[in-house]
Design a binder for this molecule. Structure first.
Ligand SMILES: *Cc1c(COP(=O)(O)O)cnc(C)c1O
Length: 338
């Protein structure tokens, strides 16, 4: 089977499993797991921040960040396609009693001017604008990336207006691979950053929340309150250390493979509106009367899996387990549909 459903479908490689098997472990609730500690220190250092926290999921990292940065009756500003709005069950309200103001951006991205215009004046009856969330790369936006200057402009507005700035960096390393910006440069702009180890980086489980000491100390308490304090978690964290050491550079291969698929998609008579392919995510539409499901069924007959987003839209995602050989087969199958 060739699986283009998501970059979350990867399995740990033999070398990653070896690293997990050999991990030194301890009780992380007592901060005594050497591998978790090493992973957290490594991540904090990479981004030039003071501290980091290993969490079970990216959703938990985002939700903890919202809880630490906001109070009830505060409002978060983000783009309408953001994961924190679309895919976390309204956790900002459920967990933090916060409201949300959605910006109608461009393929998931928002500008500094849009942020400034979305900040509420300080009336008693208006939610207090407290936090901005950027997503980089933006998943449903089509794997779109922010350049450093765009993020810097938003960060400047947040500083000036006293808002906290969080980066949902589930696929941040995909974005940095594309732009060439460094993690330190990004780290300097944000109050908090979440990173997924279990997407393109290929770990089976885990995400990191990164920030200053005070923020991470609070985040640690919130993680425990939500039942996310784990014991000998080093066995999982070892996969994260391995992923950061070995699976960042190869993301460029995923991006190249996505572009190669995009070239063939562009020649298919029943495909339209292919969004610009910036990273490892491809969104495109199927021309009526054909539907996304019709196309997915055809692919499935050739052992290729993908997903639809609505009746006409299809998403493909390349990743660690999508090999050069699978690319060859996928291109061959698509070529035959010309
Ligand atoms: C996957 C993802 C997350 C977090 O997902 P988990 O499945 O909870 O780890 C957060 N933001 C974005 C943009 C994502 O794609």
């Amino acid at each position: 089977m060739i699986n283009l459903i998501s970059d979350t479908v990867t399995h740990p490689t033999p070398a990653m499993r070896e690293a997990m098997m050999n991990a030194h472990v301890g009780d992380d609730v007592f901060k005594a797991d050497p591998t978790v500690n090493a992973l957290q220190e490594k991540a904090a250092q990479m981004f030039g921040k003071e501290a980091a926290l290993y969490c079970p999921s990216g959703t938990m990292c985002n939700q903890i960040a919202i809880s630490v940065h906001t109070r009830p009756m505060d409002e978060i500003i983000c783009e309408k396609l953001s994961h924190v709005y679309q895919s976390e069950n309204g956790g900002y309200a459920f967990n933090s009693w916060a409201g949300i103001k959605l910006i109608d951006g461009e393929r998931g991205k928002i500008t500094a001017d849009q942020v400034e215009a979305a900040i509420n004046p300080p009336y008693d009856w208006l939610p207090h604008s407290r936090m901005v969330v950027l997503e980089n790369s933006c998943n449903i936006g089509g794997g779109t990336v922010y350049h450093l200057e765009e993020m810097k402009a938003v960060a400047d507005v947040c500083k000036k207006r006293d808002l906290r700035l969080h980066l949902d960096g589930a696929r941040l390393f995909n974005a940095l691979t594309q732009t060439g910006d460094s993690p330190q440069e990004v780290g300097a702009l944000f109050d908090s950053i979440s990173i997924c180890l279990s997407k393109g980086l290929g770990a089976p489980v885990g995400s990191l929340l990164i920030g200053n000491e005070e923020f991470i100390a609070q985040a640690r308490r919130v993680r425990k309150a939500r039942g996310g304090g784990m014991r000998q978690a080093g066995i999982l964290a070892a996969a994260g250390v391995y992923a950061l050491d070995n699976h960042i550079e190869r993301l460029a291969d995923d991006h190249r493979r996505a572009r190669q698929i995009g070239e063939v998609l562009a020649e298919l008579p029943f495909v339209e509106n292919i969004r610009p392919i910036e990273t490892n995510i491809m969104f495109f539409d199927i021309k009526k009367p054909m539907t996304a499901q019709d196309f997915l069924d055809k692919l499935k007959a050739h052992d290729i899996l993908a997903v639809s987003f609505g009746p006409q839209t299809v998403r493909f995602v390349t990743h660690l387990d999508f090999t050069e050989e699978m690319l060859g087969k996928t291109l061959e199958v698509l070529e035959k549909m010309k």
